[in-house]
Structure formats: structure tokens, C-alpha cells
Design a protein around this ligand. Structure first.
Ligand SMILES: *Cc1c(COP(=O)(O)O)cnc(C)c1O
Length: 415
């Protein structure tokens, strides 16, 4: 299909959409506030709703869909595995897990992989590994381990993870909280240095803060974190769940600053948008502290997940998607920067990933996303008047231009 064929049609009659939304809202807990669009089909960078309207997916499942909806290699890997074996439990070996972990470790330049399912579980895993490493290798006294995190972080939704969130909406009502975390401002290496104590076992940060609005730290920050962690015998844990696996134009966002952490936390795109697949990837010395019975998951490392994850690793091993994100990201950056002063206050980009701050006097990020949806672009606001744009890396260059055209048109309507 050509780009023109994919342009959305007139919004038209909403009855069927309304019925779907009314049903969903009457039977589901209200833990999300979705845009009023009911998706029925999705291919590549485009989705179709129940009324046949087409939308460009500029969120890509929070970067779980880096390779687009229904990537043929990923669908083939899943379909093939679906009829072979889907779940064995880790009580037994399966023939997919070893090859997947070998190639994922190689992609990351690490030794060992601990497979889990969701991102939050992988973050929990990293916390447990860091604490155990702290007691057994670093020699921190029992129950005294401390982990330093950054303000405005997003690492998931479990009780321990929201314990060190600074987002009151995510925390309020969920105490008592897990101790053992210190929060410092993001991007401030001096504040981080001042917070390190002999009980510090790890620094856990996102190399780019996605949910906070695609916040890119100062260029010398990640190198300073690396240096400090090495000097103080503290683990540098990079949560690359959203920033990793091609989004930023490199396999890992840390690479952009020439930095290698001690541990990567991966998720989202690792499952190709098909199944939840997450992992902690690290050295033998660090992940070696985990012994049978210490940690596990019924579904972690299942053969279906491993087959899809392995296919994702194969896509990334070519470098093709990283290069595409870099080239398209440059196009996105140039187009968005031209909007600064025309309703846009600031733009931050890393590869095919942008945080756009709209003039709050014009509209909120939510209003922008509602107006974009009417124009056939699905995006997600983060905080206040910030909108995040992260379309699948398979998006066509012309569609990317069209996406920014819609953004500009919404602003032109109100300026
Ligand atoms: C999405 C995300 C998580 C949590 O992943 P889930 O699969 O939703 O549990 C953790 N860290 C970062 C940086 C994320 O973007």
C-alpha cells in the first residue's frame, strides 16, 4: 500500500467505538485513561480501529513495538514455536532458551542472562541481584544494602519499585514502602557522588528517562556515573527497558555516551510486541550470585518467549534497525526543531524518540494527543504539556513527515 492509501478517513459515526468503550469502562478497573480509539488491527506502523479508521501509531507500545506490528520474522518465529512447545517451566530445559540467551548476551557484550517476563519483574530481579552481590561480594553488612536511584524515574509498578518513585500518583495509598533506596536528582553527577556510602551496592538509572518526557542527561553524566561506580565498587545498572534495543539509533542508549554498565535491564521490545519478554544481562561475577531457589518465574524463559526474543536479537544483530532509527531520528529532530517558537517550547530527541514540550498556554499534552488522534496519529502525553513521539522504527520516511505535519497542523489551529 502507498502512504496515501493509509491516510485516515473521516472520523464518521462513533457508535461502535462508544459501545466498546462503555463496555470496557463498565468491567475494568480504571487504572488507565485511554484515548477514545478502539484498535482492532495493526500492521507495521499503522493500526485500524473498529470503524475502519487508520491511525499512525506514534507510541509503539511504549517502544515494545520497535519493529512494528506483526513484523514477519517475529510472527513467523512465534507461529512456528506456538505449535511446537510454549511452556516447559524451568524445572526442565527447553531447546530455545540456551540459544536465545547466548545470542542476547553476545549482543550486549555480557556473559549471562536471567530471563523474566515483564519489565518490572526484571527491575525487581536486578535489585535482588545487586543486594545479594552487595552482601556476598562487596561485603555490605546484612540488610544494610542501599541502591541510589534518580528523581522522576520510571522503573515499573510493583510495591518495591513505587517505593522509590517520586511520582505521588504512582505511590499514594500504596505504603508501607520498601526501604533501602536513596533518590538523587537525575543528571547531577555531584549529587550522586555525595549520596554514595559504604553500603551503596548499585546505582539504578535510565540512560534516557522515557516516562519523564524523554529527558536526556548532560553528555558527561553517564561517563561520570560509570567512573564513580567503578571507583566506589558500586554496580551501574542501566534500565534500558524503553531506551534499549534500537530506539535511540544504537542497540543501547548507553552506547551513545560510550559507556558500558555492569548490568542491563531489558524488556518491552525484547518480546517484539508479541509476548512479554524481559531479562537482566550481566557478567558472570555478578549474576553468578544467584543460586537455584533464590529467584524464578513460572513463565520466565518459556520457549515461546525465547523463540520471539531470539528473533528480536537476530533483527538487532544486523544493525539495520539501529541505523534506520538514527536516520529517521535525524529527520524527526529537524522537523520538530522547526516547530520551536511555533507553539513548541522545547524538543528533546534520541534517535527515533522525541519529547516535545508544547506551550502550556496553548493546551495540555492530553489535549494535543486527543487532537492528533482526530487527525489520525496516536501519541501519548507524559507530564503536563509534554508529548512523547516514538513510532515503530519500520515507519516510512514519508509517514514520519506526515506525522509531524499533523502535529504542526494542530498547533497551527490554535496559534
Ligand atoms: C516500561 C518500563 C518499565 C516497566 O516495564 P513493564 O513491562 O511495564 O513492567 C521499567 N522501566 C522502564 C524504563 C520502562 O520504560
Amino acid at each position: 500500500m502507498t502512504t496515501t492509501d493509509l491516510r485516515p478517513v473521516d472520523p464518521g459515526n462513533l457508535s461502535s467505538t462508544t459501545e466498546h468503550i462503555e463496555l470496557a469502562e463498565s468491567v475494568m478497573a480504571h487504572n488507565y485513561h485511554p484515548l477514545p480509539v478502539v484498535i482492532a488491527e495493526a500492521h507495521g506502523a499503522w493500526v485500524t480501529d473498529v470503524e475502519g479508521r487508520r491511525y499512525l501509531d506514534a507510541l509503539a507500545g511504549y517502544s515494545a513495538l520497535n519493529f512494528g506490528h506483526g513484523h514477519p520474522d517475529l510472527v513467523a518465529a512465534a507461529a512456528d514455536q506456538l505449535v511446537r512447545a510454549t511452556l516447559t517451566s524451568r524445572a526442565f530445559h527447553n531447546d530455545r532458551l540456551g540459544p536465545f540467551c547466548r545470542d542476547l548476551a553476545a549482543l550486549a557484550g555480557m556473559d549471562l542472562v536471567l530471563p523474566m517476563n515483564t519489565g518490572a519483574e526484571a527491575v525487581e530481579t536486578a535489585i535482588k541481584v545487586a543486594r545479594k552481590w552487595g552482601y556476598e561480594v562487596k561485603g555490605v553488612p546484612d540488610d544494610q544494602a542501599n541502591i541510589i536511584v534518580a528523581a522522576d524515574n520510571f522503573h515499573g509498578r510493583t510495591t518495591t519499585i513505587v517505593s522509590f518513585s517520586t511520582d505521588e500518583v504512582a505511590r499514594a495509598g500504596f505504603g508501607p514502602f520498601t526501604p533501602g533506596f536513596t533518590v538523587v536528582p537525575y543528571g547531577d553527577a555531584a549529587a550522586l557522588r555525595a549520596a554514595v556510602t559504604p553500603h551503596t551496592v548499585a546505582v539504578l538509572i535510565e540512560p534516557v528517562q522515557g516516562e519523564a518526557g524523554v529527558i536526556v542527561p548532560p553528555a558527561d553524566y553517564l561517563p561520570a556515573v560509570r567512573e564513580l561506580c567503578t571507583e566506589q565498587n558500586v554496580l551501574f545498572i542501566a534500565d534500558e527497558i524503553q531506551s534499549g534495543l534500537g530506539r535511540t539509533g544504537t542497540t543501547f542508549a548507553c552506547e551513545l555516551e560510550g559507556v558500558v554498565p555492569d548490568m542491563y535491564i531489558l524488556g518491552k521490545a525484547l518480546g517484539g510486541g508479541i509476548v512479554p519478554v524481559s531479562a537482566v544481562v550481566s557478567s558472570r561475577e555478578i549474576l553468578g550470585v544467584i543460586q537455584p531457589g533464590n529467584h524464578g518465574s513460572t513463565f520466565g524463559g518459556n520457549p515461546l518467549a525465547a523463540a520471539v526474543g531470539h528473533a528480536v536479537v537476530r533483527l538487532l544483530a544486523t544493525g539495520e534497525y539501529q541505523e534506520r532509527a538514527k536516520v529517521l531520528g535525524e529527520q524527526l529532530r529537524l522537523r520538530l526543531e522547526a516547530l520551536v517558537g511555533h507553539g513548541v517550547i522545547a524538543v528533546r530527541t534520541r534517535g527515533l524518540w522525541a519529547g516535545v514540550d508544547i506551550d502550556p498556554a496553548l493546551m495540555t499534552g492530553r489535549e494535543m494527543c486527543e487532537r492528533l488522534a482526530v487527525r489520525g496519529v496516536l501519541a501519548k502525553d507524559t507530564h503536563g504539556s509534554t508529548v512523547r513521539l516514538a513510532p515503530p522504527i519500520v515507519i516510512e520516511a514519508a509517514d514520519l513527515d506526515w506525522m509531524v505535519d499533523q502535529f504542526a497542523a494542530v498547533l497551527a489551529d490554535v496559534t
